[in-house]
Design a protein around this ligand. Structure first.
Ligand code: TRP
Length: 368
């Protein structure tokens, strides 16, 4: 079977290092080496309205931020179709029919939605659209016949929900939809990058993120202020690296070349640390200060972000051209989903215009 890849993000803020290691780099890798026929990336602006009905401006303004982040990370619109969810209204038609295949109880059990409800303080004021967004996400995925969905682990319940909808649909209406599978990042550290404050997740509402678009000065300030081992007070003290965000970031971003460059003694040519294991060992033994490790981390992150930042500045010079990429992608995406919708309506039995047999039958009934 030919692979069709689809993934997406809600445009509710700029993308950060958590997105970079958790999904963006994986997408670029897929795009460049992947074995696929079609690849789609959705800017899920319609989904973002489900908990932002009174704040559409925020969603609207962040569409371009996300698009700039995608393109500056190396997502290439020639290889990969970037589109706007709201520009593909057929997705809502699919959602409408899928809604009949899901119970309220099933929606209420979705762990991601449950958490989001608590987090947003919705409790008794949950918008119906928000409650049903997993169904709309199933439409996003199946509308493109996607079989591979690269996501972070918080999205696994959405993919599971999609698979159930596909199975129910195919059982009721015949083999029509493709059952997708989620693909998680390979490096475990990248599954969920902690915040700079050591909290479990980088989250813009907590303010513990390093954004892709941050300036070098902002990155420096954030790295130097990072949470580390709170009991590592004096340099000589032994330190803990496990769960220490500075070391987790190094494990996500540092490569051998960084050690060989940064820790090379200018005079003797000697290399102080060849890899993360050596650096960790010294920290754990005692005698390695947080400042030194943080300065190295800043160097590593800058090495990753500098080219991204430069590409972003180039792209920012022609914003209308970036919107045009989204519109062209949306036109292409729409054609694809229109085909799926036709197939779905035919499977359900709601394609009157092409169902001559049915019309003849009814006619016979009336004229016997
Ligand atoms: N729910 C995803 C998020 O919050 C965004 C999204 C919408 C998505 N549609 C999708 C992800 C389809 C993967 C596939 O980030």
């Amino acid at each position: 079977m030919k692979n069709i890849i689809l993934t997406g993000d809600r445009p509710t803020g700029r993308l950060h290092l958590g997105h970079l290691v958790g999904s963006l780099l994986q997408r670029v890798e897929y795009q460049n080496n992947g074995d696929f026929e079609e690849m789609y990336i959705e800017i899920a602006d319609a989904q973002a309205t489900t908990d932002n009905a009174g704040n559409i401006q925020k969603v609207k303004e962040n569409v371009i931020e996300v698009a700039l982040d995608y393109l500056s990370c190396g997502i290439d619109p020639k290889k990969c179709t970037i589109f706007l969810q709201s520009e593909v209204p057929e997705l809502s038609d699919l959602t409408f029919y899928y809604m009949n295949l899901v119970t309220m109880a099933r929606l209420q059990r979705n762990p991601t939605v449950k958490q989001e409800i608590i987090y947003r303080g919705f409790e008794n004021t949950i918008p119906v659209g928000f409650m049903t967004y997993p169904i709309s996400q199933a439409a996003d995925i199946t509308g493109f016949d996607a079989n591979i969905v690269p996501v972070g682990d918080d999205q696994l319940p959405m993919i599971e929900q999609t698979r159930e909808i596909v199975r129910t649909f195919n059982r009721l209406y015949g083999e029509t939809l493709v059952e997708p599978k989620a693909v998680l990042p390979k490096n475990e550290v990248c599954l969920r990058l902690p915040g700079t404050d050591g909290q479990a997740k980088m989250s813009k509402s907590i303010g513990n993120c390093i954004f892709l678009a941050d300036t070098s000065e902002e990155v420096k300030k954030k790295v130097m202020g990072m949470y580390t081992d709170p009991n590592h007070i004096k340099i000589e003290d032994p330190g803990v690296t496990e769960g220490n965000p500075v070391f987790i970031y190094l494990s996500a971003f540092s490569k051998e070349k960084h050690y060989l460059e940064y820790f090379k003694n200018k005079e003797t040519g000697e290399i102080e640390y060849h890899n993360l294991d050596e650096l960790k060992a010294h920290y754990e033994r005692g005698g390695l200060g947080d400042m030194k490790v943080k300065k190295f981390l800043y160097y590593v992150i800058e090495d990753v972000l500098t080219p991204i930042r430069e590409r972003r500045h180039e792209l920012e010079k022609d914003i209308p051209a970036v919107y045009q990429i989204l519109f062209d992608g949306s036109d292409k995406a729409r054609l694809k989903v229109q085909e799926t919708l036709k197939r779905v309506k035919k499977a359900i039995g709601l394609d009157y215009r092409n169902d001559k047999e049915f019309i003849n039958e009814i006619a016979k009934k009336y004229n016997n």
